[in-house]
Design a protein around this ligand. Structure first.
Ligand SMILES: Nc1ncnc2c1ncn2[C@@H]1O[C@H](COP(=O)(O)OP(=O)(O)OP(=O)(O)O)[C@@H](O)[C@H]1O
Ligand SMILES: [Mg+2]
Length: 239
């Protein structure tokens, strides 16, 4: 564990009605304790998960376009409007880590093509552009991720089949339990969210609340859909 707490420095917030403070989860945010090596951010589209994750990455010194401390590249890099308002409490401070945004992974692959002189040693031995979306993600997860680091991942499931998501759970276990890593992951995946012992923070109109797996909207909708698929589809599609 590295990052113990994220606090909003309320005294610095002046323009409360403007982005990002107009997002309910961010406008009401005060602090978040991180007590588990694996923390998930879950919630509806637009509920503020990426905004908070990006701001944390910004304060960690990770490039907000995605990448580690040593990967600075300009393509698609975005300023975090929230970063300057956050105070992070460390124990100890993480010096290694990685921020992965699903949307900017393509640019990260291009950047690696340009700068890599190791034969893509940390990335499965070939350009990420020559691997499928899911393969390249898995190369990154299984090769580039090292011990004693903080990883911030935005929707890592975007590229992964259900089977590979299960493989990813094993990688999470190994890195967090045996190699001292901490993860904060924004996700919509009911498979990833099921990781035992993870802390789940749900973003909504009411703010951010810690919830049990079975109480997440994602779990409930997915379960209901699987259990009542035909009647559910009839209701949605035929009315
Ligand atoms: N630079 C920006 N300026 C103004 N509004 C923004 C900006 N970036 C994001 N927003 C808005 O902030 C809200 C939260 O966006 P955010 O990307 O944090 O959502 P999210 O929870 O990650 O959603 P998703 O699940 O779709 O990824 C959205 O309504 C979005 O339109
Ligand atoms: Mg997002």
């Amino acid at each position: 564990m590295f990052l113990k707490e994220v606090q909003l420095m309320k005294e610095r917030v002046v323009q409360t009605g403007e982005y990002p403070f107009d997002i309910p989860s961010i406008g009401t945010f005060e602090e978040m304790e991180l007590e588990s090596p694996i923390t998930f951010f879950v919630g509806e589209n637009g509920s503020g998960k990426s905004t908070l994750l990006e701001a944390i990455a910004d304060q960690c010194g990770f490039n907000t376009a995605g990448g580690g401390r040593n990967h600075f590249y300009e393509v698609d890099s975005s300023d975090s409007a929230l970063g300057a308002f956050l105070r992070l409490s460390w124990m100890p401070k993480a010096t290694n880590g990685f921020f992965l945004r699903a949307e900017s992974f393509y640019h990260f692959a291009s950047y690696l093509d340009e700068v890599d002189d190791t034969g893509f040693a940390g990335y499965g031995g070939k350009s990420l552009h020559h691997q499928s979306h899911g393969e390249s993600f898995m190369s990154l997860f299984s090769n580039r991720f090292q011990g004693n680091a903080l990883y911030l991942l935005d929707e890592p499931e975007a590229a992964l089949s259900p089977q590979r998501q299960l493989t990813f759970l094993r990688i999470l276990k190994e890195l967090s339990e045996e190699r001292g890593c901490q993860f904060i992951i924004a996700t919509h995946s009911p498979i990833l969210l099921a990781y035992p012992g993870a802390a789940i923070h749900e973003f909504s109109e009411d703010g951010i609340a810690k919830v049990d797996y079975e109480d997440t909207e994602h779990y409930r909708i997915t379960k209901y859909f699987m259990d009542h698929r035909e009647s559910f589809l009839r209701r949605i599609l035929e009315d």
